[in-house]
Design a protein around this ligand. Structure first.
Ligand SMILES: CC(=O)N[C@H]1[C@@H](OP(=O)(O)OP(=O)(O)OC[C@H]2O[C@@H](n3ccc(=O)[nH]c3=O)[C@H](O)[C@@H]2O)O[C@H](CO)[C@@H](O)[C@@H]1O[C@H](C)C(=O)N[C@@H](C)C(=O)N[C@H](CCC(=O)O)C(=O)O
Ligand SMILES: Nc1ncnc2c1ncn2[C@@H]1O[C@H](COP(=O)(O)OP(=O)(O)OP(=O)(O)O)[C@@H](O)[C@H]1O
Length: 510
């Protein structure tokens, strides 16, 4: 893969990004945006919080794309937007891999990872293993263990995005399911990228603050951009702000596919394209049915009953979106049923029965909307027992979550053990104190245990046979952020599993 200076100039001109470029005819063997990755013959894109000092002593850069003249004695392409420039150049450098893949994208405040795993599992089945997944948890570019790596961002930098797409194409993948964060649009990581299908799951205030979105309106506007860049769109007709989001979708699409729970209030007085209903909600899985009310030819495989290998009524919503996306990609019902029947997602709604101590859920819920959905489900499932929650809140970020958690706990929990959750540079005791002080329900029993492993043990120990233990916030995260360090942690699910094993061996003591 190479780029010529002529190509670079033409690409930047085509996208109206070029202010001024060099005359010399050059050939670049490599493209990058990080000085630590430079190789011989690199065209370097200086983006974001780049500092000239990063290139001190670095050899190999033979041209630079920047939005200012760093006085580097290198051929310079001066551009209006370096992030867009990186996206455009990366797509070309990796030979436009997006054009060789069917791409389905999910956005929303909650459920992106879950719905993406559902659609991936179905499409993997439907395409006989030729589906890739770019999620917050894993990036999977092929069928073998070495084709899977942990993600650093929900939606990667454009360069990484196209690099991994190219790897997926090289490995024979034909389909890709990905998550698209609002930040990806804000930072132009997905500038110029089109999706075959884009699904909008829900929206509630989140990601508002320094380095993210200045306001909710800005957050929503960036999420809505997915609708402009998708050939077909799927909307949850039950979500907040549906009217506005529907209008935005309608402006670009003759047909907007929608879904809603059977019997839910119809927003905009319109019947959704697809409805779903719970048939049986269990503690470890759920059974639900989906109906294509609009009788669209592209959704003929959809109508039917499904078993979802995960509990949570909100997951039926995620699953319906995933089923619609898979149907639009041409999946057959057999693949849809099998995909959902077998799916598991790292750290999302993992459940374990604890002999004599009820059932435990380990879940990644870490903001108001997700904790509320999770505890509402848990409360519904344990009419005879108590909901015992183990949680904390992170330090030095998302401070408003502390009050949000107190609000949800006050409504939906019977006991809470407040503990550490990525305290960073704050004291977990202080964070827990803030949560406790905002709890308004005098009947909610509050315990404190800063050692997270011990806190989970305590919760299991105090749970009776009809109780539910909910361990929220970290899922299977393998570390705790303490000070500036990612301190290894065995993960909430492993702790609960150890408790279960000890209970089974009659060896569980507190
Ligand atoms: C605010 C934001 O989006 N920042 C992202 C952005 O940072 P940036 O461009 O300023 O890059 P930087 O890391 O500060 O460094 C500046 C430039 O200098 C380069 N550099 C840096 C050091 C060096 O020695 N040499 C060098 O050349 C870097 O490669 C970079 O190009 O680009 C970086 C990758 O190029 C991202 O890692 C970084 O995400 C940060 C880590 C982040 O936490 N982002 C969060 C807010 C985020 O994007 N979250 C969403 C999820 C939202 C959701 O859950 O819905 C996501 O999509 O993950
Ligand atoms: N449709 C939904 N509505 C409300 N809560 C949900 C929904 N789907 C999932 N959740 C809750 O949110 C948590 C996070 O889900 P998931 O990781 O799928 O969302 P996400 O959009 O990828 O989140 P993030 O942006 O924080 O990574 C889950 O563990 C669950 O508790």
């Amino acid at each position: 893969m190479k780029l010529s200076s002529k190509q670079v100039t033409a690409l930047l001109e085509d996208h109206n990004l070029l202010i001024q470029g060099p005359e010399a005819a050059l050939e670049f063997d490599f493209l990058h945006y990080d000085s630590r990755q430079v190789q011989e013959g690199t065209l370097f894109v200086a983006k974001g919080a780049f500092k000239k000092a990063y290139l001190d002593g670095v050899t190999g850069v033979s041209g630079i794309v920047a939005d200012q003249d760093y006085d580097l004695d290198l051929p310079l392409w001066l551009v209006t937007d370096t992030q867009k420039a990186l996206a455009v150049l990366s797509a070309a450098y990796f030979d436009y891999p997006a054009d060789k893949l069917w791409i389905g994208a999910f956005t929303g405040t909650k459920g992106k990872t879950t719905a993406a795993y559902f659609a991936y599992n179905i499409l993997k089945e439907a395409t006989k293993g030729k589906t890739a997944l770019f999620s917050t948890v894993d990036r999977i570019v092929g069928p073998n263990p070495e084709d899977k790596k942990k993600s650093d961002l929900t939606t990667p930098e454009s360069y990484e995005l196209y690099k991994d797409m190219a790897r997926a194409v090289e490995k024979g993948m034909t389909h890709l399911v990905m998550e698209v964060s609002s930040q990806a649009y804000l930072k132009n990581r997905v500038y110029g990228l089109r999706y075959n299908v884009g699904a909008f799951l829900n929206i509630s205030p989140d990601h508002i603050g320094p380095n993210e979105h200045p306001t909710f309106a800005d957050y929503l506007a960036h999420k809505e951009m997915l609708l402009d860049h998708s050939d077909q769109v799927i909307l949850n007709a039950g979500m907040d702000h549906y009217g506005e989001i529907f209008e935005r979708a309608k402006a670009k699409h003759d047909l907007v596919l929608t879904f809603n729970r059977e019997g839910a209030d119809s927003q905009l007085n319109a019947k959704p394209t697809v409805s779903f209903r719970s048939d049986k909600a269990e503690l470890h899985d759920s059974y639900f049915s989906v109906e294509d009310l609009a009788k669209l030819p592209e959704l003929t495989e959809l109508t039917g009953s499904y078993r979802l290998n995960l509990p949570g009524d909100f997951n039926e919503e995620n699953a319906t979106a995933a089923l619609m996306m898979a149907a639009l990609a041409g999946a057959k019902q057999r693949a849809m049923k099998k995909g959902l029947d077998e799916v598991t997602i790292p750290g999302r709604m993992l459940s374990l029965s604890l002999p004599g101590h009820g059932v435990a859920f380990v879940d990644y819920a870490h903001n108001y909307a997700s904790l509320n959905a999770l505890l509402a489900f848990a409360k519904k499932q344990s009419p005879e027992g108590q909901v015992i929650v183990v949680l904390g809140a992170p330090g030095n970020k998302g401070v408003s979550r502390r009050l949000d958690f107190a609000k949800v706990l006050s409504k939906q929990a019977d006991q809470v053990i407040l503990t550490a959750d990525d305290p960073a540079f704050e004291k977990p005791e202080d964070i827990c104190q803030t949560i406790a002080e905002a709890i308004t329900n005098p009947d909610l029993t509050i315990h404190y245990q800063m050692d997270r492993i011990q806190a989970i043990h305590d919760a299991v120990f105090m749970a009776g046979p009809n109780d539910l233990v909910v361990v929220a916030g970290k899922g299977e995260d393998p570390y705790q952020k303490i000070g500036g360090v990612d301190t290894p942690y065995i993960g909430d699910f492993a702790v609960v599993k150890n408790c279960k094993e000890a209970l089974e061996e009659g060896n569980f003591h507190n």
